[in-house]
Write a protein that binds this ligand. Structure first.
Ligand code: GLN
Length: 190
């Protein structure tokens, strides 16, 4: 059985845990340094508020150890605020957090009117997936070697670089579990 760490400082980590558990994975909430002593097979960075999560990560001394593990190949699924934490660049702010995913994201990219919406996306090998966007970022630039997994109206909303997957939307709030099982497969074969 795989053990997945779910960052649980803020945001919708409970929904991710429930999805992963329903697929037979074991989960552990990552709240402090000692939670990283467990032999994790994967890591989930949930949606929420990236500024809050980023500050807590820094205050708790979690940024560097997480960055190191990700750079050493720990599979990571980052959704929405999590994608902002993972991105190498954030277009409309100076702050950087983990910075391991070689993409540029734009925060709150859909403006106020389109703050939240759902859409059906074509997602790499998975076919169509329902996607819920909540004050979402999109990916405005990717470096070579980054695989584009999905676009919405011409904007990149899902990308993969080696062991790292970043999504603009929230697969944990929808009924389908296809994205979580896609991620678990990566964790099983890492
Ligand atoms: N707008 C949030 C941020 O910038 C992300 C929203 C979300 O995770 N649903 O951090």
């Amino acid at each position: 059985m795989v053990l997945i760490g779910v960052l649980a400082l803020q945001g919708d980590f409970a929904e991710h845990k429930a999805k992963l558990a329903s697929l037979g994975a074991q989960t552990i909430e990552i709240r402090q340094l000692k939670d990283l002593e467990k032999p994790l097979d994967g890591l989930v960075l949930p949606g929420g508020e990236s500024t809050v999560q980023g500050k807590l990560l820094a205050d708790l001394g979690l940024l560097e150890p997480l960055r190191e593990r990700i750079q050493h190949g720990l599979p990571v699924l980052a959704t929405c605020a999590g994608l902002i934490l993972l991105a190498e660049n954030v277009e409309n702010q100076a702050k950087r957090y983990l910075g391991t995913l070689p993409v540029t994201v734009k925060r709150n990219a859909y403006g106020r009117q389109l703050g939240s919406f759902t859409s059906l996306l074509d997602f790499a090998d998975l076919g169509q997936v329902a996607a819920t966007f909540i004050r979402a970022p999109y990916i405005s630039e990717v470096e070579d070697e980054v695989e584009i997994l999905s676009k919405h109206q011409g904007k990149i909303v899902a990308a993969r670089y080696r062991n790292q997957i970043g999504l603009s939307f929230h697969p944990e709030v929808d009924e389908s579990d296809s994205i979580h099982s896609y991620f678990l497969k990566i964790c099983q074969t890492k």
